[in-house]
Design a protein around this ligand. Structure first.
Ligand code: SF4
Length: 166
């Protein structure tokens, strides 16, 4: 490996490492999953360990969009707009089975998964997901952020896991 290549690789690793412990999340909370989101944020689970303890309530200051709860078709354009307002690099977490697939709703009003509107990086199913499951999703997200480095290119969004296809 050339000297420049070595330097770029090391810089990528350092930036990825720093960024994965500096997660500024924007919570887009619409429904009952919000209770479990708040439970996870409490001291017992200590999301500060992952550098994710400080939510931002402006999408322009956030790099991770946490979509928490059922999304209706009426709400969909708002969600898309919030996503568009976030600067790159940015990531999206689908929190709860309603955001992943529409959940047990199968009606005219509910979006059948937010990946039909915006790209999703981590799926956390469950109704609602247990905090341990949320932490598992957070660690998966950290791996994606680490891999991103300084390249500036968004990594390919995840496709919906087979068990969540409906
Ligand atoms: S997944 Fe369950 S707990 Fe979460 S918003 Fe849907 S119905 Fe509510």
């Amino acid at each position: 490996m050339s000297e420049a290549g070595f330097f770029t690789t090391r810089l990528d690793e350092a930036v990825g490492w720093a960024r994965k412990f500096s997660i500024f999340q924007y919570p887009f909370v619409t429904a009952c999953c919000g209770m479990e989101y708040m439970a996870t944020a409490c001291s017992h689970y200590d999301v500060d360990r992952f550098g994710a303890g400080l939510p931002r309530f402006s999408p322009r200051q956030a790099d991770v969009l946490f979509v928490v709860g059922t999304i209706s078709h009426k709400m969909a354009p708002v969600l898309k707009r919030i996503y568009d307002q976030m600067a790159e690099p940015k990531w999206v977490v689908a929190f709860g089975v309603c955001t992943c697939t529409g959940g047990f709703y199968d009606n005219y009003a509910t979006v059948m998964g937010i990946d039909t509107i915006i790209p999703v990086d981590v799926y956390i199913p469950g109704c609602p997901p247990r905090p341990e499951y949320v932490l598992d999703g957070l660690m998966k997200l950290q791996v994606k952020i680490q891999e991103h480095g300084v390249s500036g290119a968004r990594s390919a969004p995840e496709s919906r896991p087979a068990e969540l296809v409906r």
